[in-house]
Design a protein around this ligand. Structure first.
Ligand code: SAM
Length: 287
């Protein structure tokens, strides 16, 4: 098979690791959109992700405690800003270019899934899920339980909610709006009420909420003793769920980069995932 055919093969195509997200990161600007199955789109703020920190970011950074894990760090403006302030911080992200950018800008980041074991698993004082990253994996309950495993008991999680009062799960694609479309992946969007409701069931207590320039945030405190609702240890990493992004046979040691075979495997799982719709108890189902 010729190289060009290999590059175009679905084996190498994985959501968030490939174009058009990578192309947008390379030029440090959009257009980039999240496209829902019905064709409607939401603009993504690549310029802000690739820029410096703003007032809303500063409000997040000021609340961070101890060592900080930025989940889905993108090009790493937050880990870089924390490093600048002499803070211990690590980002994790699936996209190699984003991770390279984060490391080049003075931060520290690893190219891996949030659902793979991370360094100092269970020891982080603060975790971040900003810029819509509560959507990672398409199941906020599973992500919240996963992050509960990563932080220490009593640790902090700062989450950015959607500005609107939504609770939405979807199989999304990234598009540049000009014909470039990425692989499908499960994603979610939660407004503050839905986020707080799901957090309560996932081992998190509300510590604070705030808004800066129409961006809404919640600080959540990890309940002692792990996730509420009886989530078994390891459930969030996939040991007990067929929808895991981490393959069940992967070792519990963390790595710096996934292999091509793992990427292919993860892609196959991602493409076939059909997350359960709706947020139980929410008046705003499946918008
Ligand atoms: C909405 S963007 C947020 C960008 C980022 N916070 C920033 O400052 O640029 C989502 C990010 O999450 C990453 N991502 C998606 N799924 C992930 C996963 N399972 N584990 C780690 N990162 C993931 C994507 O590669 C992307 O960089």
């Amino acid at each position: 098979m010729r190289a060009a055919e290999t590059a175009a093969s679905p084996v190498d195509v994985t959501a968030w690791r490939c174009d058009p997200y990578t192309e947008a990161l390379a030029r440090e600007r959009g257009p980039l959109f999240l496209r829902r199955p019905d064709g409607s789109t939401l603009p993504l703020d690549v310029e802000r992700w690739c820029g410096g920190i703003d007032a809303a970011d500063t409000a997040v950074l000021e609340r961070c405690e101890g060592g900080v894990l930025d989940v889905g760090c993108g090009p790493g403006r937050l880990v870089a800003a924390l490093a600048d302030r002499g803070r211990r911080a690590l980002g994790v992200d699936l996209n190699p270019l984003a991770v390279a950018h984060a490391n080049a800008s003075g931060g520290r980041a690893l190219c891996q899934s949030a659902f793979d074991p991370v360094p100092e698993e269970g020891g982080w004082h603060t975790a971040l899920l900003v810029d819509g990253n509560i959507g990672i994996g398409g199941s906020p309950e599973r992500l919240l339980a996963r992050v509960r495993e990563v932080v220490r008991s009593g640790g902090l999680l700062i989450v950015e909610a959607a500005a609107e009062d939504v609770c939405e799960r979807m199989t999304a694609r990234l598009t540049d709006g000009r014909g470039g479309v990425g692989a499908p992946f499960p994603w979610a969007r939660l407004g503050l009420p839905a986020l707080l409701r799901l957090a309560r069931r996932s081992g998190w207590s509300r510590a604070d909420t705030w808004e800066v320039r129409e961006r809404r945030f919640a600080a959540l405190r990890a309940d002692p003793g792990g996730a509420a609702g009886g989530a078994a240890p390891g459930a969030a990493t996939g040991a007990a769920t067929p929808q895991a992004e981490r393959t069940p046979k992967e070792p519990r040691a963390y790595r710096t980069a996934p292999t091509t075979a793992e990427a292919a495997n993860r892609n196959a799982q991602t493409s076939s995932q059909r997350p359960a719709n709706g947020c139980p108890g929410s008046p705003l189902l499946d918008r």
